[in-house]
Write a protein of this length. Sequence first.
Length: 275
Amino acid sequence: MTEDSQNKSCTKESCEGCASAGNCSSQKTDFQEPMNPYSSVKRVIGVISGKGGVGKSLVTASLARMMKEKGYNVGILDADITGPSIPKMYGVHENAQGTEQGIFPAIAQDGTRIMSVNLLLEDEDTPVIWRGPVIAGVVKQFWTDVIWDDLDYLFVDMPPGTGDVPLTVFQSLPVDGVVIVTSPQDLVQMIVKKAYHMAKQMNIPVLGIVENYSYVKCPDCGKELKVFGESHIDEIAAQLDVPVLGRMPIDPELAKAVEEERFYEVTNPYLEEIE
């Protein structure tokens, strides 16, 4: 195919969903969706992981709490459509309300604004059995249709992997940077690099890496037990030339706050080095 024919055949519709969209020589379309006109969001931070089960939602909520405690206006866009957990962590169960101007996010007890698919379902236990394009469309609507009001930070809790939803977020939202969440296992080195290279391919800055499940502290002697093996976070961070933003242990107090749906009270001491 000649370059001229590529230029004629490439459209927003035909190229959307391709990781090279907007970067290839034949396609320079801007895929960003417009923010709701009644919203003002200064910074959008994505929280990503290459695999599930590493505590991405815990880190997302912890980052939001940290910024909230510093006096910033904060929101969380729960883009993990098929596995939403953010509302329950904050004890939010009511349905979101809307008007002709858009949808109002739920407001947690600490003032954090939250939007999740669970807030749109009649029963929050109902499974979301949707195909990728429908899920991607909902994520876009959480940006275009939700009245976020005036936010300093909007944290986007993404599903694991490098599939439809992370790609949609990177293309459709003005993401200022991403935080990668990992765990100590050796296998995760490869997974972290996949997430890193996806962000770089999409021209999204990687702000740093947070390691979860780094250790558990013995309640009797205080010794740090490496349940998931020795950490590789410094090695990975050096290879990728990104900072380590924190090492989070298995902390029963954090787990208790999640189970009791009162994360709005949490101060996470393991991320204090983040500016």
